[in-house]
Design a protein around this ligand. Structure first.
Ligand SMILES: CC(=O)CC(=O)O
Length: 650
């Protein structure tokens, strides 16, 4: 299979927001900017001019003096952006107030709802008044333990309109998981729904949120959004009120958006929390806004007429990213439920029914779809679909093939990567660049991403640490409860002085694309050679009978040996023939060092609630070390399968 999988047509290039932006920069700021590489260079060389141009191009609404753009540009952390500007996030997301669809919601239970921009504005207005009456003020925290329903977006917007801080986690967390998160940030108001849907089941939220609220003295009100069932009575639940009762006294009116400093807190997101209590990562109003607009408008080529879908929960940063699509005036499409229920094609039905143009998902979903034998290209029309985005873990080259072969040949496949830490991406897509197999198309504009060797030298065409060597607007404004910034510095700035080290093991290719090989703390080191785990997953996933896998390095006889765990199709048993087939596939396509010393069949692979496999937790269990926090796992019992394995004793 050739490496080049897609070339944008001249029409697509001509219509791209990015082409228009390049023309603007060339005519107003630098005539040498003619294409993506020259624009990227400009964005890195002239960050002040670049980010001001993004502001103008995307029409950010704010007041104050835009000068200076960047203060303490050489300090990482410590640089600050637009210190004299005042801005409100919700005001920018609610700039439209017309009859176009803002939100389309579909639930696996069959519930469907739609909100126009005008309706959305009015409901945010009513809820903001109710929150204000409740005493919510700038800087207060409001939290959501919510399914991915429109009310979560409305609650976030109402919170942000008041200058308060929004934080959400998905409703599949247990009580302790929620307390580990919200307990640290002490919210005044909690939003929830009575239940959520997943795989034919309706799962109760109220009982858990009642326990949570009872243990969080900061919570003065719990608001229960209407979804699936409206609770018959909340009498036994102190401080709880239905959404309807909470908002009923208020009429929609123009929203009094509270403009705050550019770096005022907007969101609190959480690290996965598999190595201890989750870190509370605080993102600022202006940084999140300008970075999301840059990514949505230029990299994802989002326009008003688009319908943007991302399969996510409210607990993953892709939810925050998706919601920013409102600032473009596009329609955002929300879905609550299992992506494989009642049939594996369910999300493709949604694409056809709603006319989704940009479809976002995880690499894991794409590989599971292929394993399930789904071929949307044969079963669906996908007429409007023009872009597929994937993140969460590296998208294997074979999954690129699958998308172009079995989903749609003429679309932009954007493998994108960044994370919770920056609520955005370091490397991603560009609609005017070709797609090469296995590669993220480009580094994000304005993101001085480099790959460093052990000694901190920039390298190319060789794997190393993904770093960012200059400040960017969506750096966290800090961690919650970290007054001297010690936890924040320890998380990103200890490996290389004054440089953001992201913890991804990656390569910058000769075509200026990026390949990600996995997390750098999970890289395998047999015989002193560093191997990214994604290099192995990519091969193993090709083997028919393997549904998914997880790979670790086991300390063994003063070295490290590669151990591969595989979850197989129902009824399949790992025998010598299958193990040999796996090893041969790995050996034929990589090096003998990649070949696992041990392959072990397991019934389940532990993953976080956001769907990421937890290599470090498994490595700890295998080495008899404690796993500090299992509340962030979707299936914590799976870890037990890795303890004391006789196969790993010789
Ligand atoms: C953009 C991302 O990088 C998302 C994630 O993997 O959490």
């Amino acid at each position: 299979m050739a490496d080049l999988l897609w070339q944008p047509s001249p029409e697509r290039v001509g219509r791209a927001n990015l082409s228009r932006f390049i023309k603007t920069i060339a005519s107003e700021l630098d005539p040498s900017v003619q294409d993506y590489p020259s624009l990227y260079e400009f964005s890195i060389r002239q960050p002040e001019k670049f980010w001001t141009a993004i502001w103008d191009f995307c029409g950010i609404r704010a007041s104050g003096d835009r000068d200076p753009v960047l203060v303490d540009a050489n300090k990482m952390p410590g640089a600050s952006w637009f210190p004299n500007v005042r801005v409100n996030f919700a005001e920018n997301l609610l700039r439209y107030r017309d009859d176009r669809l803002a939100i389309v919601f579909r639930g696996e239970s069959g519930i469907s709802r739609e909100w126009t921009y005008a309706q959305l504005y009015d409901e945010v207005s009513r809820l903001a008044q109710a929150l204000s009456q409740e005493g919510v003020r700038p800087g207060d925290r409001v939290a959501g333990f919510m399914p991915n329903i429109p009310e979560a977006v409305i609650a976030m917007l109402a919170t942000a309109s008041l200058g308060a801080v929004w934080s959400s986690c998905s409703p599949d967390f247990g009580t302790q998981g929620v307390l580990d998160r919200f307990g640290q940030i002490e919210p005044k108001v909690l939003f929830t729904a009575a239940s959520y849907a997943y795989g034919k089941k309706s799962l109760d939220c109220l009982e858990r949120i009642r326990d949570v609220a009872a243990k969080l003295p900061s919570v003065q009100r719990v608001v229960v959004a209407p979804y699936l069932e409206e609770p018959a009575t909340l009498a036994a639940f102190p401080n709880a009120v239905t959404w309807r009762a909470f908002t009923e006294p208020f009429q929609a009116q123009p929203i009094d958006f509270v403009r705050q400093s550019w770096s005022a807190p907007l969101y609190i997101l959480y690290s996965s929390g598999t190595t201890g209590v989750p870190k509370c990562i605080v993102h600022g109003v202006g940084g999140t806004l300008i970075q999301h607009l840059k990514e949505l408008v230029l990299h994802a080529d989002l326009k008003r007429e688009d319908k943007l879908f991302y399969y996510t929960t409210c607990g993953w940063m892709m939810w925050n990213w998706l919601v920013s699509g409102l600032a473009v005036g596009a329609t955002i499409v929300l879905f609550d439920g299992s992506p494989f229920h009642p049939k594996p094609e369910v999300l493709w039905d949604l694409v056809d029914e709603v006319g989704v143009t940009v479809f976002g998902t995880s690499a894991k979903y794409i590989s599971a779809l292929e394993k399930a034998g789904v071929k949307p290209r044969e079963s669906h029309k996908l007429l409007a679909l023009k872009t597929v985005l994937s993140t969460g873990s590296p998208l294997a080259p074979e999954s690129f093939d699958f998308v172009y072969r079995d989903i749609k040949p003429r679309l932009l496949l954007g493998s994108i990567s960044g994370g919770t830490d920056i609520v955005s991406c370091f490397a991603l897509a560009a609609p005017i660049l070709p797609v090469y197999r296995g590669e993220l198309q480009c580094r994000g504009l304005g993101m001085k991403v480099e790959i460093y060797d052990e000694d901190g030298r920039a390298i190319r065409e060789t794997p190393g640490e993904l770093v960012c060597t200059a400040p960017f607007p969506s750096m966290p404004i800090g961690f919650w409860n970290d007054p001297d910034g010690a936890k924040y510095r320890a998380a990103y700035f200890e490996r290389f002085d004054n440089i953001w080290c992201h913890g991804d093991w990656a390569e910058l290719t000769d075509r200026e694309g990026i390949v990600i090989y996995g997390r750098s703390d999970a890289t395998l080191n047999p015989g002193g050679v560093r191997i990214g785990t994604a290099e192995i997953y990519r091969q193993v996933e090709r083997v028919e009978d393997v549904l998914e896998s997880l790979c670790i390095g086991q300390d063994w006889q003063s070295d490290v040996r590669v151990v591969l765990f595989v979850r197989l199709r129902e009824g399949v048993v790992l025998d010598d023939a299958l193990a040999d087939r796996i090893k041969k596939t790995i050996r034929d396509n990589t090096t003998p060092r990649h070949v696992p010393a041990k392959i072990i069949q397991v019934a389940d692979i532990p993953r976080t609630i956001s769907g990421k496999i937890v290599e470090l937790a498994v490595r700890n269990v295998v080495h008899g070390r404690p796993v500090r926090n299992t509340d962030a796992l979707a299936n914590p019992d799976a870890l037990k399968l890795y303890a004391d394995l006789p196969q790993l004793k010789d």
